[in-house]
Design a protein around this ligand. Structure first.
Ligand code: HEM
Ligand code: HEM
Length: 138
């Protein structure tokens, strides 16, 4: 049993909670200026993270690899850099953080594509899976 799906799902839920609270605050204040930052906290932080968590829950061999851990770290870094980066870009302070965050988000997705192609989807789909075939009992 791997911890990685739990980590992805827990992160997704935390991002959704913050993103929804932010959405309510925007609605209540009638100030939608930072809507794209709110949107991407929910979309990258909640939607994408939850999809990644589902993949790793379905594909335990992939979840046990170091690359999968690196994928979690990169995905988290993407949210942490991109969301404030978008807010800073909208308020015309700097675009650098949004640019770095975008590249990290792209890298995280590239790594995900590699992991999916390398391990496939499903418990027994990994080319490296060496589960011995069950021998007939008796
Ligand atoms: C309590 C829940 C939520 C509230 C109160 C809320 C509120 C808002 C508000 C007020 C806006 C600005 C709308 C506008 O100016 O036209 C907005 C935009 C947006 N929200 Fe939410 N939201 C919530 C949850 C979510 C979730 C769960 C997602 C995605 C999974 C999401 C994705 C978006 C997107 C993509 C935008 C548009 C961003 C853009 O204009 O670039 N929101 N939301
Ligand atoms: C590298 C990552 C990403 C970057 C740099 C990025 C960038 C952008 C930008 C610049 C906008 C226009 C914002 C505006 O004009 O208000 C936008 C809008 C949007 N993006 Fe992203 N995005 C990224 C990833 C994603 C992902 C992963 C999703 C969905 C899961 C997504 C869904 C959306 C949606 C729904 C909108 C709003 C469109 C609208 O309001 O009409 N984006 N994004």
């Amino acid at each position: 049993m791997t911890r990685l799906p739990t980590l992805f799902y827990a992160t997704a839920a935390i991002c959704a909670l913050i993103g929804m609270a932010w959405g309510i605050q925007m609605s209540a204040s009638h100030n939608h200026l930072l809507a794209p930052a709110h949107g991407h906290l929910n979309l990258i932080g909640f939607v994408a993270m939850a999809i990644f968590g589902t993949y790793y829950a379905l594909s335990p061999q992939a979840a046990e690899t170091r690359l999968a851990g690196a994928h979690y770290a990169l995905s988290l870094a993407a949210v942490v850099l991109l969301v404030p980066g978008i807010a800073l870009a909208i308020t015309e302070r700097t675009e650098v953080l949004a640019q770095i965050g975008s590249l990290v988000a792209l890298l995280a997705m590239l790594l995900f594509a590699y992991i999916v192609l390398r391990h496939g989807v499903g418990a027994a789909s990994s080319p490296r899976a060496t589960t011995p075939r069950a021998t007939p009992a008796e």
